[in-house]
Design a protein. Structure first.
Length: 166
């Protein structure tokens, strides 16, 4: 067999193997519509972030780099409103601040990972903030900024005792 015929044969064999592999892979994946996947993803996020506390720490660019401040964000409920907007019933506690309020915020998705987005949101008695907070497994991490400072935030997501028993 000539070198040319060997190359053509290998190309045809490669094409057959590629089509066969794609067919097997497609057969292994369930026939789920993107809308159903989105609805399942939203329901899972609502369930995983309702009745929880985000417990961790944040840094502040106005303080020494190694200094961490404790924070706690209690999420009573999280509900998708439509058009990328989510209603988060929350209680924010850090330092001398302790405020309970509803927040309507966009949550964007980086693949399967939700990112809570805050853009120049005025919180009474606290100031105006911008933040990006990624949620993954039972952890959160992100960046925040205020009027003249900013920093990182990170921690774990804990189910409240009453929500865990349900």
């Amino acid at each position: 067999m000539s070198a040319r015929m060997q190359i053509i044969s290998l190309a045809v064999l490669g094409g057959v193997l590629f089509v066969a592999a794609a067919t097997v892979q497609a057969a292994d994946q369930p026939d789920v519509k993107p809308e159903a996947q989105t609805a399942e993803r939203y329901a899972a996020l609502e369930q995983s972030l309702s009745g929880v506390a985000l417990v961790g720490h944040f840094t502040d660019s106005n303080k020494p780099a190694k200094e961490l401040t404790s924070e706690r964000y209690e999420l009573e409920s999280v509900r998708h409103l439509g058009d990328g907007q989510w209603l988060i019933q929350t209680r924010i506690r850090y330092g001398d601040h302790d405020v309970k309020l509803p927040l309507t915020l966009p949550i964007y998705w980086a693949g399967d990972t939700p990112v809570i987005t805050v853009d120049k949101l005025a919180i009474p008695g606290m100031g105006t903030f911008t933040a990006r907070v990624m949620i993954f497994a039972d952890h959160y991490a992100g960046f925040w900024s205020g009027a003249d400072h900013g920093g990182h935030l990170f921690g774990v997501i804990e189910k409240s005792p009453s929500a865990a028993s349900e």
